[in-house]
Design a protein. Structure first.
Length: 185
């Protein structure tokens, strides 16, 4: 008998109860991994509906698999089903409310769509949960586009403490200060 590319004898598969229980996690992991491969294959073939379903099955198996939420949401949004995409994003927050990841993912989604009010809200929560410097920089850009230049500088300075060797941060701080100067700020 062949289970997901690995040869397993009938005796091993149908053996005593303990052997079967010991193999169950391995079999489930193999199914989980194959489901991810299949989702990727369907995606590259343009069968987004099946790919989304595969990600939903992965989530059902492991609700802590945040990448599956994010990929399903992105595909749903790409197909024009914004309501379902937003629900998938909300599900990721419910699955990991203390993690920065779902907040950052949603914030980046809104930033890419140039909805800076929503982006700033979600990225603010991501940053308060320990998000990496990319979230801080994007939050600063959202604040800038909203006209909150002092807040944009403050957040970019915080990003500088996280990554003091990133030259783009200094450039952005200088640029923001130049924008404030003509306003008398």
């Amino acid at each position: 008998m062949l289970l997901f590319g690995g040869a397993v004898s009938a005796a091993q598969f149908c053996g005593d109860r303990q052997a079967g229980e010991d193999m169950a996690p391995v079999i489930l992991k193999n199914v989980f991994d194959k489901l991810g491969e299949q989702a990727d294959d369907w995606f590259h073939r343009g069968d987004y509906k099946r790919s989304i379903q595969s990600f939903k099955m992965r989530i059902a198996y492991d609700p802590s698999d945040l990448q599956s939420y994010f990929l399903a949401a992105w595909l749903l949004w790409s197909r024009g089903d914004d309501a379902a995409a937003q629900e998938m994003y909300q599900s990721s927050v419910r699955a990991a409310p203390d993690s920065y990841e779902p907040y950052m993912e949603i914030g980046m989604h809104w930033s890419n769509r140039r909805d800076d009010r929503k982006a700033a809200l979600w990225l603010f929560h991501a940053c308060n949960r320990g998000a990496p410097v990319a979230a801080w920089k994007t939050l600063s850009h959202s604040y800038r586009r909203l006209g909150l230049l002092q807040d944009a500088i403050r957040i970019m300075r915080e990003a500088k403490t996280m990554d003091p060797n990133d030259p783009t941060i200094d450039t952005n701080i200088q640029w923001l200060q130049e924008q404030i100067a003509p306003m008398g700020g």
